[in-house]
Design a protein around this ligand. Structure first.
Ligand SMILES: [Cu+2]
Length: 494
C-alpha cells in the first residue's frame, strides 16, 4: 500500500509524456465512467422517492399513515354532543362511543379543584379554570382515539377520555396508526410495565364503584378472656385485589390481611392453622417468644399445626406466613397484626379514645389471574400498587368517619414485604405516637409528630383530635406510594 502511494505520487510523474494519443483516450474513458456513475446515483434517488408524493417524503411513517387514514374518513355529518366533568383526577364520563365519521361536541365543565383541559387528536379545549366551561368540537373521527388532560402529570395519573369509534376503517395504514396510538397510551397511562395486566391508574383507583365494600378497619377492644383460641384455614382463592383485577390470593381465615388479634399482656394465644391450600404454608407471630423449630414449620396441604405463645410485651406485632419465599407469601396476603395492650395500671396504659382503627400496610403485586402475584416481580421488588389492608385506595372510596372533638387512634403495621412507610394525616398533627416499644410524643399540645415512620415489620399507633370538620387524607408520605394507593380519607363532621 505504502509502495503504491509512493508510486502514484512519484516525483517522476511530471517527466512522463503529457499528451500522448493513448493517454488522451484513457482520460475520456475516465470521464465517461464518472458521468455514468453520477447518472446511476441520480436514477437511484429518483426511483427511491417515486412511491411517495413529494409532500409526504419528509414525514415520519406514522404521520403518513395518520394522514392516509384521515383522508379515508367519510364524514357522516353527525355531531355527538355530551357533557363532561371532573371528579378527582378523572373525567366523568371518561368514554364515549360514536360511529366512524361522526364528530364530537363536548361541553367540558371543570368541576375539579385545579386547572384542566381536554385534548382529543388535534383538537383541544385550552386551559379551563375550576368552575369554568369550554366547548370542544372535534373533526370527524375515523378510528378510536384516547383524549387526555395535557397538564403535566395528569395523563399519567389516568386523566384520559376514550372515544370508541365503531365501524372503523380497516387497512394496513389504519392498523399501524392504531397500534402506535395504543402503544403510546400504555406507556404513559399505566404505572408500571407489568406484562400480565394493565395496572390501574391513580384516577381509576379513586373512581367510585357501585357495591364496593372496603375491608373493615375498625378495631374493637381486647376481649376479657385471657386465652385466645382460634382455628384458621390457609386457602388460595381468587379475589378482587384492585379495581377490575381479580387474582389468586393466599389467605389466613379467608381474608387479607389476616384477622387482627387483640389481647393484654399475659394472655395466651393458641392458633391452629389448617392448610386447605395447594402448597405449604406456616405461621410466624412476632409477638411470641418461642422456638421457631416446631411452631413455625411449614405444613403441607391437609396438615395442621398449633402455634401457642404467651404475649409478654405490649405493642402491635406482625405475623405472617414463614414459608419460602416469604416475600411472595406476604405479597399474596398472608400477613396481619397482633395488638397487645398494656395493663390499665401500667405507665404505658392506653388513653381513652373515641375510635380505633388498624391499618396493615403492604405492596400489591399483580400477575396472572390464576397465579396471583408474579413471583419474579416480587423477587425483583417490582410492586404495582400500594395498599392499606391489602386493597389500594379503599378508604378513599369508603372513608373513615369521625366527629369534631373526637380523638382517634390508628394502629399501623407495615408488613411490606419491602417498602418503607411514612404515615401522615393531612391537616393533623399527632398528639401521641407510640412506635416499637415507646411513646415518642404523648398527649402533648406543645409539640407533636407529623409522621410515623415504619420499616417492614415495624408497627405503632398515632392519636389525633379533630378540631374542625373536613376531609382529612391519610397517606404514606413516600409520595409516589400514596399515589399508587396508600392513601385514604377520614371525613370529620360537626
Ligand atoms: Cu403461605
Amino acid at each position: 500500500m505504502t509502495q503504491n502511494l509512493m508510486a502514484n505520487s512519484s516525483p517522476n510523474r511530471p517527466n512522463q509524456p503529457a499528451a500522448g494519443g493513448s493517454n488522451k483516450r484513457a482520460e475520456w474513458a475516465a470521464w465517461l465512467v464518472i458521468a455514468l456513475a453520477i447518472a446511476a446515483v441520480v436514477i437511484l434517488i429518483v426511483t427511491t422517492m417515486t412511491p411517495s408524493s413529494a409532500g409526504d417524503a419528509g414525514l415520519p411513517r406514522e404521520r403518513q399513515a395518520q394522514q392516509q387514514n384521515d383522508r379515508s374518513v367519510v364524514p357522516t355529518g353527525e355531531v355527538v354532543e355530551l357533557d363532561v366533568e371532573v371528579e378527582g383526577m378523572a373525567f366523568v364520563p371518561n368514554s364515549v362511543e360514536i360511529a366512524a365519521g361522526d364528530s364530537l361536541k363536548i361541553t367540558f365543565t371543570n368541576t375539579g379543584d385545579q386547572v384542566h383541559d381536554l385534548k382529543i387528536g388535534n383538537d383541544e379545549t385550552g386551559r379551563v379554570n375550576p368552575g369554568d366551561t369550554a366547548v370542544l368540537e372535534t373533526a370527524p373521527l375515523g378510528e378510536s382515539i384516547q383524549g387526555y388532560c395535557t397538564i403535566v402529570g395528569h395523563h399519567s395519573q389516568g386523566m384520559v377520555f376514550d372515544v370508541a369509534v365503531t365501524g372503523t376503517v380497516t387497512g394496513t395504514a389504519t392498523g399501524n396508526a392504531a397500534g402506535n396510538a395504543a402503544g403510546e397510551h400504555n406507556h404513559e397511562a399505566v404505572t408500571g410495565d407489568n406484562p400480565h395486566v394493565t395496572v390501574p391508574s391513580m384516577a381509576e383507583l379513586g373512581t367510585q364503584r357501585e357495591g364496593f365494600k372496603a375491608f373493615d378497619a375498625s378495631l374493637k377492644p381486647a376481649l376479657s378472656t385471657t386465652v385466645h383460641e382460634y382455628t384458621w384455614v390457609a386457602t388460595e382463592e381468587k379475589r378482587e385485589v384492585a379495581p377490575g383485577i381479580e387474582q389468586v390470593q393466599w389467605l389466613f381465615n379467608g381474608q387479607a390481611p389476616g384477622p387482627t388479634l387483640r389481647g393484654t399482656i399475659g394472655d395466651t394465644f393458641r392458633i391452629t392453622l389448617r392448610n386447605e391450600g395447594t402448597m405449604g404454608h406456616s405461621l410466624d407471630f412476632h409477638a411470641g417468644e418461642i422456638s421457631p423449630d416446631q411452631a413455625m414449620a411449614t405444613i403441607q396441604p391437609g396438615e395442621e399445626v398449633v402455634y401457642e405463645f404467651t404475649a409478654r410485651r405490649a405493642g402491635i406485632w406482625m405475623y405472617h406466613c414463614a414459608t419460602m419465599p416469604m416475600s411472595l407469601h406476604i405479597a399474596n396476603g398472608m400477613a396481619g397484626a397482633v395488638i397487645i395492650d398494656p395493663p390499665a395500671d401500667s405507665e404505658l396504659a392506653l388513653a381513652d379514645v373515641d375510635a380505633e382503627y388498624a391499618m396493615i400496610a403492604s405492596e400489591i403485586f399483580l400477575g396472572e389471574s390464576e397465579v396471583g402475584a408474579d413471583p419474579q416481580r416480587v423477587a425483583n421488588g417490582e410492586f404495582d400498587l400500594m395498599a392499606f389492608n391489602y386493597y389500594p385506595s379503599q378508604y378513599a372510596l369508603e372513608p373513615l368517619q369521625a366527629k369534631v372533638g373526637d380523638t382517634i387512634r390508628m394502629w399501623i403495621m407495615n408488613v411490606g414485604p419491602d417498602e418503607p412507610l411514612s404515615f401522615h394525616v393531612v391537616g393533623e398533627v399527632f398528639d401521641t405516637v407510640f412506635t416499637e416499644g415507646a411513646y415518642t410524643v404523648r398527649d402533648t399540645a406543645e409539640t407533636g409528630s407529623q409522621a410515623l415512620s415504619l420499616l417492614p415489620a415495624q408497627g405503632g399507633f398515632v392519636e389525633m383530635t379533630f378540631d374542625e370538620p373536613g376531609t382529612y387524607t391519610f397517606v404514606n408520605h413516600v409520595m409516589t406510594r400514596a399515589e399508587k394507593g396508600q392513601s385514604g380519607s377520614i371525613v370529620v363532621v360537626k
